[in-house]
Design a protein around this ligand. Structure first.
Ligand code: GCU
Length: 347
């Protein structure tokens, strides 16, 4: 059920190339036409109970309604169309039209996205959501993949605070991770992040994590509570430690040629409803996080506050290692300057 990916992807690509049916093959000169429905495939790697699915499902309903059925977005959850690494390539090639991908995936197309995936960049979800709505800060980077990869970055959903969880016990401080294999997303920077935090990093796609921990290939992973619970990772890694090392970010990406082919009116409706989806997602986030904690506890998980300062200190070198160009430093400074909290933000 989880993944019909390889097959689905082949079918999607084949249909797309053949230009037939609902599975793909959009005729860009006719999208959004009166009296006809343009079907758009949107890939997601989360379950149907995850806030991202809920917000996207509502977006789909509203967009269809406001365009009198001229547009229909089909949201495919659970990695049905492939892992994020795969669907990124499918959006690029035009086999599918939209996807939600983690920032770590975009890093592999443009290293500057590392700035937004780095521990210390964002101080809070509010700070993050404000930054990604500010074209002066993110306008250039969000359009940076349009000519090279046919990908427009439309906006984002927060991943909230990410924390370490393991099969062996609470991780109080970096020394507790010595020799332990922790799953990371497919990102060089996140491999380094776990090394600095004291562990040994293994990049793996999201859908493979449960089995890898269950079989003992991995000792743990890092993610927010919502993923921890909706992916049932607490069943194999019941110790959740609040390292809070990163406020992660997912992006909505769309084929650039499709975005250009949309009428101005439809694009404006889409953008308005996408903005509403971001608002709904942010509102749902806290509530769903609380629910995820309760569900995980009921399944036997333990949540613990740990020596967060020790992890902040361990991660301090990451900034100099990964902010290597003037543009990256400027982007980082602009993001930090937009932080209005009086906590002083990330170190
Ligand atoms: C979060 C995020 C996903 C990402 C996942 C991961 O759940 O929302 O986009 O794929 O983390 O760790 O791979």
């Amino acid at each position: 059920m989880r993944r019909i990916s390889a097959l689905a992807a082949t079918v999607a690509v084949t249909f797309s190339l053949a230009g037939c049916g609902d599975l793909g093959g959009l005729d860009l000169s006719r999208v959004g036409e009166e009296g006809k429905t343009t079907w758009v495939k949107l890939a997601l790697n989360q379950t149907e109970t995850h806030p991202s699915y809920i917000a996207l499902d509502h977006l789909s309903e509203r967009f269809e309604e406001r365009t009198d059925g001229r547009w229909k977005i089909d949201v495919y959850p659970n990695e049905q169309l492939g892992s994020q690494q795969e669907v990124l390539q499918f959006v690029k090639s035009g086999a599918i039209e939209m996807a939600i991908v983690s920032g770590t995936q975009l890093e592999n197309l443009n290293k500057d996205f590392q700035v937004l995936n780095m521990p210390t960049t964002f101080s809070s979800v509010e700070h993050q959501m404000e930054v990604i709505r500010d074209p002066e800060i993110v306008g250039d980077i969000f359009s940076s993949l349009e000519d090279s990869d046919n990908i427009s970055v439309i906006g984002g959903f927060t991943q909230g605070g990410r924390n370490i969880y393991t099969s062996f016990g609470i991780v109080e401080e970096p020394a507790d991770l010595a020799g332990k294999k922790i799953r990371v997303q497919e990102s060089y920077m996140h491999i380094r992040m776990i090394q600095l935090m004291g562990g040994s990093a293994t990049p793996l796609s999201y859908g493979e994590v449960y089995t890898a921990i269950q079989s003992g290939v991995l000792d743990g992973a890092e993610n927010n509570e919502v993923s921890y619970s909706t992916q049932r990772h607490m069943e194999v890694a019941p110790y959740y430690s609040y390292t809070n090392h990163l406020i992660g970010l997912d992006y909505m990406i769309m084929r650039y040629d499709l975005r250009q082919a949309m009428s101005e009116e439809d694009r404006a409706i889409f953008d308005e409803e996408w903005n509403n989806a971001m608002i709904e997602h942010t509102e749902l986030w806290d509530q769903e996080t609380q629910k995820a904690i309760e569900d995980a506890k009921a399944a036997g998980a333990e949540f613990a506050e740990v020596d967060r300062e020790a992890f902040v200190e361990a991660l301090a070198p990451i900034k100099d290692e990964f902010l290597t160009t003037d543009y990256q430093r400027k982007l980082f400074d602009a993001i930090r300057a937009a932080d209005k909290s009086d906590e002083g933000g990330a170190k």
